[in-house]
Ligand binder design. Structure first.
Ligand code: B4P
Length: 191
């Protein structure tokens, strides 16, 4: 199974690149951000809790995310593999993912880490905020999200580097050029 993690700071293009990867390789997409926004819209118990964290730019607590993720993994099966978008975001989530995949006799094949400078991230998210009205795409919340990313999520690069699974991708440039870089690596891995 081709299980891929797409990794990067808020606004680095995880969702954007995921769409292209799914289209080309037929993987099943799991975006924890999208699932949470859907829960918020439906005003479920999880959604109401998640909303408090997301609107402050904080991560939703690990156990809630891990339980939600496990539930989705149980309800989906895809022989070709998954693209995990925005998950894991902490070391605990990464360890839980490894364990869940091990129980299913599979594992993460590659982690694509999109690197984009902070000014560009802020610019992209403010622009998206104007267009989509997302509650977390305003300057104060964006700054919090970037701080949280550096403190809690960035250490995952080292976690996956040690496992030989980290592939760094320059996340600046056209969406197509960035995707080329990802495709080159995937095609080498599945050869
Ligand atoms: P996510 O939905 O994962 O959101 P994100 O990190 O902001 O977005 P992404 O990087 O996917 O950006 P996109 O491609 O859209 O998470 C939202 C929140 O949910 C988190 O802050 C957290 O609170 C919570 N959450 C989610 N998962 C969690 C977890 N596992 N644990 C705990 N909490 C969790 O790109 C952004 C913009 O840039 C778009 O407008 C796009 O058009 C543009 N763009 C993309 N590529 C570009 C390019 N090459 N050039 C110019 N613009 C580009």
């Amino acid at each position: 199974m081709l299980n891929i993690v797409i990794f990067g700071a808020p606004g680095s293009g995880k969702g954007t690149q995921s769409e292209l990867i799914i289209e080309k390789y037929g993987l099943h997409h799991i975006s924890t951000g999208e699932i949470l926004r859907d829960e918020i819209e439906k005003r479920t118990t999880l959604g109401l809790i998640a909303d408090e964290y997301i609107s402050q730019g904080q991560l939703v607590p690990d156990q809630l995310i891990i339980d939600m993720f496990a539930d989705i993994l149980d309800r989906t099966s895809n022989g070709k593999g998954y693209i995990f978008d925005g998950f894991p975001r902490t070391i605990s989530q990464a360890e839980a993912l490894d364990q869940m995949l091990r129980e299913r006799n599979t594992s993460v094949v590659a982690v694509f880490s999109l690197s984009v400078e902070e000014q560009e991230l802020i610019h992209r998210l403010l622009k998206r905020g104007e267009e989509s009205g997302r509650s977390d795409d305003n300057l104060e919340t964006i700054q919090n999200r970037l701080d949280v990313y550096r403190a809690q999520t960035e250490p995952l690069k080292e976690y996956y580097k040690k496992k030989g699974k980290l592939f760094k991708i320059k996340g600046i440039g056209s969406v197509e050029d960035i995707f080329e870089g990802i495709m080159d690596t995937i095609d080498r891995l599945i050869k």
